[in-house]
Design a protein around this ligand. Structure first.
Ligand code: 5GP
Ligand code: MN
Length: 326
């Protein structure tokens, strides 16, 4: 097993050797994948590289303030336009959302920067810190190892990443190290107020209306709270499939629940499931067993079929999880 220091060295060697890194964020991008990727982009620009950040889905409006969002592409570039693949905040190759064509896997090196305990180490170099609250933490260590300066813009990107993945420093993963990192980023000029205002305290009107519908359908069965969101309701409100309404985080507040699940029906006959758990409970295994992944307290997956099929499949697994936990 390699030490963290060795992996950091291998990661910096890759980033210094290649000129045109292709930085991939995960579908339905959150603050951690986008913030960490944009921070890396800025550092690589400082090194004279030509990085390209991509996401298969659009960047949410609430994150438009992040420096560099206007450069994020949604298309796979020509083979010759890139020489290194960098996957940010994702546990397996499938999570790139189809942004890595099959034959590239064998022709281009892959660097993975992540913090999911379900990570399957799909890169040639895997900078994966499973205990970290956000990918922003190994990312900051990497930028320091690269020797680039932590500019105010980089600090704002990383602050966004760590504050969103900890839901405003409220998760079990919020350690003294996380709080020190937040202080360090604010000292480096990170715009804390803007991050909190935009990334944590802004909910688009459409999403708020969606919450109304989801909350109307909320169920509490023992210590499992769950809701469904049918595609017809999306049509009525004009909600795209790549918008998950952040339902998982909303429902995670149900006081009586130890575990929560939201089921969003997609237009392609799949259901996107978000799972959340109170401290002491772990939903990562259930998500992984259904082909997804994530963390102890926040995980997700997609399953084929209707809402009824999905709830019938997943809810018993959650009840079983609670039984074995107690
Ligand atoms: P969310 O419920 O907010 O979509 O995701 C919660 C956590 O689970 C995030 O860390 C996210 O990356 C992970 N996750 C969500 N859906 C999937 C999935 O389909 N596959 C994998 N591997 N991880 C997922
Ligand atoms: Mn993350």
């Amino acid at each position: 097993m390699k030490s963290n220091l060795e992996i950091l060295q291998q990661a910096t060697t890759l980033l210094k050797r290649y000129k045109r890194p292709y930085i991939i964020t995960h579908p339905r991008p959150d603050g951690d994948t986008i913030g960490s990727a944009l921070a890396l982009r800025l550092a690589l620009l400082e090194l004279g590289k030509e990085p390209l950040v991509v996401c298969v889905h659009p960047i949410p409006e609430t994150m438009a303030y992040l420096p560099g969002t206007e450069t994020v592409g949604d298309q796979v570039p020509a083979q010759e336009d890139i020489d290194l693949i960098v996957a940010v905040d994702m546990s397996d190759l499938k999570r790139t959302g189809g942004m890595v064509p099959g034959d590239w896997r064998d022709t281009k090196p892959i660097l993975v920067i992540d913090h999911h305990e379900t990570n399957d180490n799909f890169g040639d170099v895997n900078l994966v810190e499973a205990e970290a609250a956000a990918t922003a933490m190994p990312m900051l260590a990497l930028l320091k190892a690269l020797g680039t300066s932590i500019t105010p813009d980089i600090a704002t990107c990383l602050l966004t990443a760590v504050l969103t993945d900890t839901r405003g420093l409220r998760t079990e993963t919020t350690t003294p190290d996380v709080l020190r990192m937040v202080s360090e980023l604010i000292e480096a000029g990170g715009d804390y107020a803007t991050v909190v205002q935009n990334a944590l305290d802004s909910t688009p009107y459409k999403q708020m209306r969606g919450w109304g519908i989801a909350l109307n359908r909320l169920q509490l069965e023992g210590q499992v709270a769950w809701t469904t969101f049918p595609k017809e309701e999306k049509e009525t409100l004009g909600i795209d499939d790549h918008d998950d309404l952040n339902l998982g985080n909303l429902l995670s507040q149900v006081a009586e629940a130890k575990v929560i699940a939201s089921f969003l029906e997609m237009r392609n006959r799949t259901v996107k499931i978000s799972l959340r758990a109170r401290p002491g409970y772990n939903v990562a295994g259930v998500a992984k067993s259904l082909g997804g992944g994530g963390h102890r307290q926040a995980a997700g997956c997609s399953v084929q079929g209707s809402l009824t099929t999905a709830t019938a499949k997943v809810l018993p697994l959650l009840h079983k999880l609670l039984e074995t936990n107690s």
